[in-house]
Design a protein. Structure first.
Length: 245
């Protein structure tokens, strides 16, 4: 599974360490990461995994956050990460069954976590994801996502939870083929968002005749004429990635 993949790629061993750290919910798991390549076993990082949805006290989406960053000056040599997802929790005797998208989300966030936890930089400001440009910070997460399309990797864990039957080959082939389905449409949307970001932060004049929504419409006509903003669309008011990466 995911931990085995991390071991093969990065020479680490991930062990359950529940009870060694306080948690904020009984469903939260705690893990420790060990360097398995060196002659002497070494604890290099830890992470909390909060996998399940809790609408009453947890926002939607998925994210990685720093709990403790690596900093030689502060005496912090073992980074700690928070990994948060929102998959359906177990119900009674039925376990939490993940969709492919939920698995991909977990691999994605774990990629961010690995960048935070396995850093070798000793200066806090540039350790882990610190100091990484926003247009590059998604590289490790998307790198980890792509392993789901590796047959050996996905067949290491994709089994029926009751019978143990492996994922049917035709479904795996459809997943692989789905990577390129409408890929051009996805690319044009990403180009649209990137150009919109650049236009608003480089050429837009707040004292000029164009509003930010006029800029949005102008850029959309060039990149996504098939999916123009509707009248009253205020997507820009929630376009947080222009500030947060």
């Amino acid at each position: 599974g995911l931990f085995g993949l991390a071991g093969r790629l990065f020479g680490v061993e991930i062990r359950a360490a529940d009870g060694r750290a306080d948690v904020w919910n009984e469903d939260v798991r705690f893990f420790e990461v060990y360097d398995a390549d060196g002659e002497e076993e070494r604890h290099v990082a830890s992470f909390f995994l909060d996998a399940y949805s809790r609408p009453s006290d947890k926002r939607g989406g998925a994210w990685m956050a720093s709990c403790v960053g690596k900093s030689e000056a502060c005496g912090d040599d073992t980074p700690v990460a928070y990994l948060n997802c929102n998959q359906n929790p177990p119900i009674g005797t039925k376990p939490s069954l993940m969709t492919f998208e939920e698995v991909r989300t977990l691999f994605h966030e774990f990629g961010h976590g690995l960048q935070h936890m396995l850093t070798r930089a000793s200066v806090g400001d540039v350790a882990g994801i610190g100091g990484v440009e926003w247009d590059a910070v998604e590289l490790p997460s998307q790198f980890m996502e792509n392993w789901l399309y590796d047959k050996k990797t996905i067949y290491g864990f994709a089994n029926h939870y009751e019978t143990g039957e492996p994922l049917p080959l035709d479904l795996f082939e459809k997943l692989v083929a789905g990577q390129t389905y409408n890929a051009g449409m996805y690319l044009t949307r990403q180009l649209y968002l990137g150009q919109l970001d650049m236009a608003l932060h480089s050429s837009y004049d707040p004292n000029g005749d164009e509003s930010i929504f006029d800029v949005q419409t102008r850029v959309a006509k060039k990149f996504v004429p098939h999916n123009m903003p509707v009248e009253g669309d205020r997507f820009l008011c929630g376009f947080t990635h222009v500030f947060a990466g």
